[in-house]
Design a protein around this ligand. Structure first.
Ligand code: PGA
Length: 257
């Protein structure tokens, strides 16, 4: 983290877990455990679409932001099953995850659709969290850096420098997601630093320095402190450990260093 240059953002990704009726208990548990967090980080909970209104209500006045896990690249119209940025904002959503590896792996999202979604998102007030990361076989083949650089460049195609500054990148090695295997702080730092270099190449150093780059993949209450101590890791995107207020609060508090 480097709080002088950029924001630290701790975001929970509930994936397809939790009911709307669970949100209020979670919110009151979490907010009681993270007092004062606004002075060291931003906190976001990304819920399933149907829980967003309940989450916006439950977190009202708490400074915890509410995020969605996906969005449509289209503005409105005949796109059955899709949800637009305007519809998300309308129910109090402030952030949206774009291109999570589970969307790429199971729902056919591509670098192209990720770019289209990012461009659409940046026309709205929502803050995008764009996910990139290599699979185990890609890591073993030694193409992690090239692959991640390509994903970053493809996602950012035609994005302006000022829009870049409000875009969050999440580096999530696919082999570390939900597996209990975390990248070592050094490995995660190395890739996050490389991502910042790619952004510098596309824009300039000041823009690259201003971008929040999260790590995601089995971040938990035990390993968060060390990961967040790395200079280019500006927060986390947390799945499993975001489902309980206690473990998520430990991660939020670990960012206070
Ligand atoms: P995990 O998920 O923390 O359960 O590994 C992270 C993510 O997929 O965003």
């Amino acid at each position: 983290m480097n709080r002088d240059l950029r924001k630290t953002v701790i975001a929970g990704n509930w994936k397809m877990n939790m009911l709307a009726s669970d949100v209020e208990t979670f919110a009151s548990g979490l907010t009681s455990l993270i007092s004062g967090f606004k002075s060291w980080c931003d906190v976001v909970i990304c819920t399933p679409f149907v829980n967003l209104p309940a989450a916006a209500e439950a977190f009202k006045g708490s400074d915890v932001g509410v995020g969605a896990q996906n969005m449509s690249q289209f503005e409105s119209g005949a796109y059955t099953g899709e949800v637009s940025t305007a519809q998300l904002s309308d129910v109090g959503t402030e952030y949206v995850i774009i291109g999570h590896s589970e969307r790429r792996q199971y729902f056919g999202e591509t670098d192209k659709s990720v770019n289209e979604k990012l461009v659409a998102c940046l026309k709205s007030p929502l803050v995008p969290i764009v996910c990139v990361g290599e699979t185990l076989s890609e890591r073993e083949t030694g193409i992690t850096f090239d692959l991640v650089a390509m994903q970053v460049k493809a996602a950012l195609f035609s994005v302006s420098a000022s829009d870049m500054r409000r875009t969050i990148i999440a580096y999530e090695p696919v082999w570390a997601i939900g597996t209990g295997k975390t990248a070592t702080p050094e490995d995660a730092q190395e890739v996050c630093k490389a991502i910042r270099k790619v952004i510098e190449g596309l824009y300039d150093k000041a823009t690259a320095d201003a971008v929040t780059i999260q790590y995601g993949g089995s971040m938990n209450d035990k390993n968060a402190k060390e990961l967040l101590a790395q200079p280019d890791i500006d927060g986390g995107l947390i799945g499993g450990a975001s489902l309980k207020p206690d473990s998520f609060a430990v991660i939020v508090n670990a960012a206070n260093q």
